[in-house]
Design a protein around this ligand. Structure first.
Ligand code: AMP
Length: 415
């Protein structure tokens, strides 16, 4: 069985670990990236969480690192949760190799991190905290052989670009750089070009596998009725575990509150929660102590939850690729799952963009008590943008709304 993995050139320690984990075949990203990574090439890959990318870059780092030779692998991730998850995942692939992998992120004691770092070979961290350690000289990156930027598009969205550039300046020029991003808007490609040397591009078949196994549905509902509809579905349908996405932190808090008020056990993770609170909420959800987890995109990014039965888009994402990332939390490892979206009148534009991206309109559920009468047209056509004439004669400007959409559309352009 690990024969297919062996053919990629993976070393014995990791092959042994893969066998223990019971992986049968390499995922697409693993098949394409591992031989290049092991050859020492720089790679830019369009792959998101759930694609198996941790093993794809981890194999190279593990192969190239030796115990007691300082920090040889540095992985930058946008959020603490993702850093913790990558660390956990990487440790699984070490086999008998005595390498130490640690996570470094804000909210943890600096002192403890400094102690851990003295003996680590692989560091997974958020850019801000890595930079903190660099400025205190408690982190030495001169022995780094491999740099990984994971979820690079998120890091850019979250404003980490300057932190990343400062970290890059502290790394040896001769190194391998691996760049992973779920989306490839032009600014990401530009950043990649400044970091990578003669990179090989890898694209994996976008989304189809994820989408196929997920049952999707959209409910047209007015904004005030979304609350009642969510309670109605959670009380009446067979929903064993649900991840509910909201666009804002306030929205997440409000959904959590009304669910709990209706005796539906819910918790929330978002950027304003302490690290401990987020980790606790996540652990409770993963171990089925909490049935519903309400999250914002950034907080939930990269979070891997096995056997999640439902994803709810309480707010339709305003960036169509985000829809794929959200619903991809369910339907893991070929298991089925259901993705339910609530769409109010103002979100119709975003829904059309999503329909266009996934190439088939999401089936509409008409039979529910909060129907808003919006269902007449769920086509793929995008409404024509309206341009308002500017007050200045002879010139035009975008309305605020259409300008936002234009920016979004250019951000979501694929490479
Ligand atoms: P990742 O995209 O690296 O976060 O991986 C997503 C999940 O898939 C993790 O739980 C991995 O342990 C699992 N995984 C990675 N590669 C494989 C594989 N080849 N076969 C089965 N599961 C895998």
């Amino acid at each position: 069985m690990p024969e297919k993995f062996r053919q990629l050139g993976i070393s014995e320690h990791t092959l042994h670990a893969i066998k223990t984990l019971g992986f049968e075949t390499p995922s697409e990203i693993q098949e394409k990236a591992i031989p290049l990574v092991l050859e020492g090439k720089d790679v830019i890959a369009g792959a998101s969480t759930g694609s198996g990318k941790t093993l794809a870059f981890g194999t190279g780092i593990i192969h190239n690192s030796k115990p007691d030779y300082g920090i040889q692998g540095l992985i930058l991730a946008p959020t603490r949760e993702l850093a913790v998850q990558i660390t956990k995942e990487l440790k699984k692939f070490l086999g008998e190799k005595k390498l130490r992998v640690i996570s470094v992120y804000g909210g943890m004691s600096m002192g403890r991190q400094m102690d851990e770092m003295r003996n680590a070979e692989i560091v997974v961290g958020t850019p801000g905290r890595i930079l903190d350690h660099l400025s205190r000289r408690s982190l030495n990156l001169q022995f780094v052989k491999t740099l990984v930027l994971d979820e690079a598009d998120r890091m850019l969205d979250m404003g980490f670009i300057y932190d990343i550039k400062r970290i890059l300046a502290k790394l040896p020029a001769k190194r391998q750089s691996l760049f992973f991003s779920a989306t490839m808007p032009p600014e990401i490609v530009k950043l990649a070009n400044t970091i990578l040397t003669d990179p090989v591009k890898i694209e994996i078949a976008p989304y189809s596998k994820t989408i196929e196994v997920i049952k999707q549905a959209v409910y047209f509902v007015s904004r005030p009725d979304k609350k009642n509809l969510l309670i109605h579905i959670l009380k009446n349908e067979n929903v064993s575990s649900a991840l509910v996405f909201t666009r804002t932190k306030r929205g997440a808090d409000s959904v959590t509150k009304f669910l709990n008020d209706s005796k539906i056990h819910a918790d929330t993770i978002h950027g304003n929660k302490s690290q401990q609170a987020r980790q606790r909420a996540l652990n409770n959800f993963k171990s089925n102590r909490t049935r519903v987890l309400v999250a914002t995109d950034i907080a939930a990014r990269g979070i891997d939850i096995e056997k999640l039965s439902h994803v709810f888009n309480y707010d339709i994402p305003d960036f169509s690729e985000m829809y794929i990332h959200r619903i991809g939390r369910t339907g893991r490892a070929g298991l089925g799952g259901t993705a339910i979206s609530f769409c109010d009148a103002e979100e119709r534009y975003y829904l059309k963009e999503i329909n266009r991206l996934i190439k088939t309109p999401i089936p509409v559920i008409d039979d529910h008590p909060y129907k808003s009468g919006e269902a007449e047209n769920n086509s793929i056509e995008i409404p024509v943008k309206k341009f308002k004439a500017s007050k200045k004669p002879g010139s035009f400007h975008f309305s605020r709304d259409s300008k936002k959409r234009w920016v979004r559309k250019s951000r979501s352009k694929k490479w």
